[in-house]
Design a protein around this ligand. Structure first.
Ligand code: BGC
Length: 761
């Protein structure tokens, strides 16, 4: 197995500083550190975040992921002039993130305005072996003549979340010559952060330490001969606690001790331990492609790198933010993105992590119950956006209209309720993929009954049936509608699965079963028309459609809102993102291939794809329908959301859901993995230019390795495991190879899913 791909920043450009700061971020699920340069640039946004560390700055604000004091910045002066790539002349440039090792490396040759040349190189990583550890090494070599080099670095607490300061500086200390420590408390006093840095410069440097204006800095200067190099090694230990019984002195003392141990080992030894941990991750998760376009492999490696560094495997009270730990977008809040776009990767590669993400929701059931109660419903209504404690964190208002002073309310917290069923869907997926009875008998069944109870109370009797009124489906350009098909079908599935699981584990009382039965019998499920098109909601099909071409070419930028108000958009057939198509993806057993094709054909021209959650899902549904070229195009478009040319789309963080969807597209689209009541199904349909695809798959507690070509499917299984292969139910133990020619494929070149997998044979 090779782990070779990298992400390279093609050149230095102030326009794309923040994009690459997000894309090349370092992290380990505990911390995320934006890939900002050591030297400052006015437009550059520095950022370091800890999973689960949120704070509310003041009245009218919501909790946000705290941007911590910076430890990356180094002010470099060469012969008295500040080093900046905006001055002098950049003669050589190389910047690369190595996915295999997690190390970010930059190497430049720069001619200072005075004419002297310098080689400047830096390396850094957040340790995959020790979550609190971040290390950096900077080397400077004067190339022509001796030079005076000054370096200032330390812990810079002037950092804010775009102007909002969350932390009080409680204490700054220096221990000996090389150890600096800052202790910070969130302004509500709830959490304490301790940042300790060891800064060591090779050679005979003159150094002092200053603590001024929230900056604790070690300042060093030395003369360096031509061709000699000076190296700064900076090792940082970052820890925090929100335990009200914590002892500040203990936390800071332990941090210093841990840092001393790391410092005695040095960068190379610490990096080697981190590399080994990364190797284990790649061994258990990497998807390998043999094909003619190397960008496909790179995209998958990029996705898995970020999926790993965004996931707080160490803490089940934290989940994954919509921009991961790479920026301040969406204030670090957790959406349905986690359960639907991110959890499946873990489910099939490290199911324990998927369980932990579900336990985050389970811990937050009290907040969800409270939200339901406050709104007059029962059961659990999870917050549309959540942080650590699971309360509703959606900002109340969107941007202000500066001419009228009127602020528009954000409707999602009030009506975007499908998230409840999405969480239940993820619980069921977990059940079908793992068969984990222990989790299901306890947390699983709690989550299912509470979410089902919400839907039962949420439905309204109308037109002689039960309807669900005033909701927003996944398409956020269509607000406050009745009987959104996605919501109704997903709610129905939620309740049906809850009944099934509750009976299996002898949970749920008679009142629950009776009300669930009435709900399942009477809930209105919108029906496909004669062409197979499923109405998005009660009124959608009666609205006028407009030509969206000019908005679709700028997908993701929400340019439609420059020409039309939200209210006007609401009255037209305009989708922000997949909605009925999303439903076709979520519940593949409920729709035929003909219906899926009809919905793709009808809704896609009406969809701008202004949300990053849209294109990849269209791609998977297209792949399942056998249209692989179109599926591939959607998949690549989804990749380009972060990895494309646009310089600013990822400034405030990567799109975590779109990143998860790179894996989803490959595994659920091209390898054709889907989950059904009767188990897991594989129905591969590789893009023509992929000769081979290999990936690990965890299924029912058994580790498998799947190798797909256009002729064969090869499975290695560590123990006996049964699953669907197209329309056949197979059992594999050890190694088995299947010829594709043995399967009856439909005319479109793919086996259909219709009704095949609802039961085991
Ligand atoms: C999308 C939501 C998504 C959120 C966070 C919004 O633009 O419409 O579906 O959950 O972004 O990614």
């Amino acid at each position: 197995m090779m782990y070779a791909t990298t992400l390279n920043e093609p050149g230095f450009s102030p326009h794309s500083l923040n994009k690459y700061a997000s894309l090349m971020a370092s992290g380990n699920g505990y911390m995320g550190v934006r890939a900002t340069h050591e030297e400052d640039y006015t437009v550059q946004t520095r950022g370091m975040y800890l999973a689960g560390l949120y704070h509310r700055a003041g009245k009218g604000e919501t909790n946000e992921l705290v941007n911590l004091p910076d430890v990356v910045g180094v002010q470099i002066e060469l012969n008295g002039a500040p080093f900046s790539l905006l001055s002098g002349h950049l003669e050589q440039w190389h910047r690369e993130l190595n996915f295999a090792t997690g190390e970010l490396h930059r190497s430049v040759v720069w001619q200072a305005p005075c004419g002297a040349h310098f080689a400047i190189e830096s390396r850094r990583f957040a340790s995959a072996a020790q979550p609190e550890l971040f290390a950096l090494r900077l080397t400077i070599t004067p190339l022509d003549t001796a030079a005076r080099i000054s370096l200032s670095t330390g812990i810079d607490a002037t950092q804010t979340n775009t102007g909002r300061q969350h932390l009080d500086e409680t204490q700054v200390r220096v221990f000996g010559q090389h150890y600096l420590q800052g202790v910070y408390t969130t302004q509500d006093g709830a959490a304490e952060v301790v940042i300790s840095s060891f800064c060591h410069i090779s050679g005979e440097a003159q150094s002092n330490v200053t603590a001024k204006n929230r900056r604790l800095l070690q300042n060093s200067a030395l003369e360096v001969a031509a061709g000699e190099r000076v190296t700064l090694e900076k090792i940082t230990w970052i820890t925090w606690s929100d335990d009200s019984r914590r002892e500040s002195a203990t936390l800071s003392g332990q941090s210093l001790q841990a840092l001393r141990e790391c410092a005695s080992r040095g960068y190379d030894s610490l990096f080697s331990a981190s590399k080994s941990a990364w190797r284990r991750f790649w061994q258990r998760s990497r998807v390998e492609i043999e094909g003619s376009d190397p960008r496909d492999q790179q995209a998958l490696d990029y996705a898995l790198y970020h999926l790993h560094i965004m996931t707080p495997e160490h803490d089940e009270r934290s989940s994954i933010a919509a921009k991961a730990l790479t920026g301040e977008g969406y204030k670090g809040h957790v959406f349905w993105d986690t359960e639907v776009f991110l959890l499946p990767f873990h489910l099939f590669t490290a199911p324990d992590v998927a369980r932990q993400l579900l336990r985050y929701r389970w811990h937050n059931l009290p907040g969800a119950r409270e939200k339901a109660r406050r709104n007059g419903w029962q059961g659990a209504l999870f917050p549309w956006e959540s942080a650590r404690r699971g309360e509703e964190e959606t900002p109340e208002f969107a941007a202000i209209n500066i001419r009228t002073g009127v602020r528009q309310k954000v409707a999602s917290a009030l009506a975007e309720h499908h998230l409840v069923a999405d969480i239940a869907w993820a619980v069921i997926a977990y059940w079908h993929a793992t068969g984990d009875e222990r989790f299901m008998a306890h947390e699983g069944v709690d989550l299912l009954i509470e979410t089902a109870t919400f839907w039962i109370s949420r439905a309204t009797e109308c037109n002689g049936r039960l309807e669900i009124h005033d909701v927003i489906g996944p398409d956020e350009y269509t607000e406050h509608v009745n009987n959104n098909a996605y919501t109704n079908y997903m709610a129905h599935d939620n309740v049906a699965q809850a009944v099934h699981v509750a009976r299996h584990f002898a949970r749920g009382d008679e009142a629950f079963y009776a009300s669930a039965a009435a709900f399942l019998q009477h809930l209105w499920l919108p029906e496909c028309d004669e062409n197979g098109v499923l109405p998005q909601d009660d009124t959608f099909l009666a609205k006028p459609a407009i030509d969206l071409t000019r908005y679709k070419v700028k997908a993701g930028k929400q340019t439609i809102l420059l020409d039309y108000s939200r209210a006007e958009v609401n009255e037209m057939q305009i989708l922000k993102q997949a909605d009925v198509v999303m439903l076709n993806y979520m519940l593949p057993d409920r729709f035929t291939r003909r219906e899926c094709l009809a919905n793709l054909a009808f809704y896609e021209p009406r969809t701008i794809h202004d949300s990053s959650l849209s294109k990849a899902i269209h791609g998977i549904v297209a792949a399942r329908c056998g249209d692989v070229p179109q599926a591939y195009q959607f998949w690549r478009d989804g990749i380009d959301i972060d990895l494309g040319e646009e310089p600013h789309s990822s400034d405030d963080g990567i799109h975590a859901a779109a990143t998860g969807a790179i894996w989803l597209g490959a595994i659920q689209g091209f390898a054709g993995l889907s989950l059904h009541q009767g188990g897991v199904k594989l129905a591969p349909r590789l893009p023509a230019h992929w000769q081979k695809m290999t990936f690990p798959l965890h299924c029912q507690g058994v580790a498998m390795r799947c190798t797909l070509t256009h002729q064969h499917i090869n499975i290695e299984a560590a123990a006996s495991v049964s699953f669907w292969l197209y329309d056949q139910y197979v059992t594999v133990e050890g190694e088995a190879s299947f010829a594709l020619s043995d399967f009856i494929l439909s005319a479109a070149g793919t086996a259909t899913t219709e009704g095949l997998c609802s039961r085991k044979p």
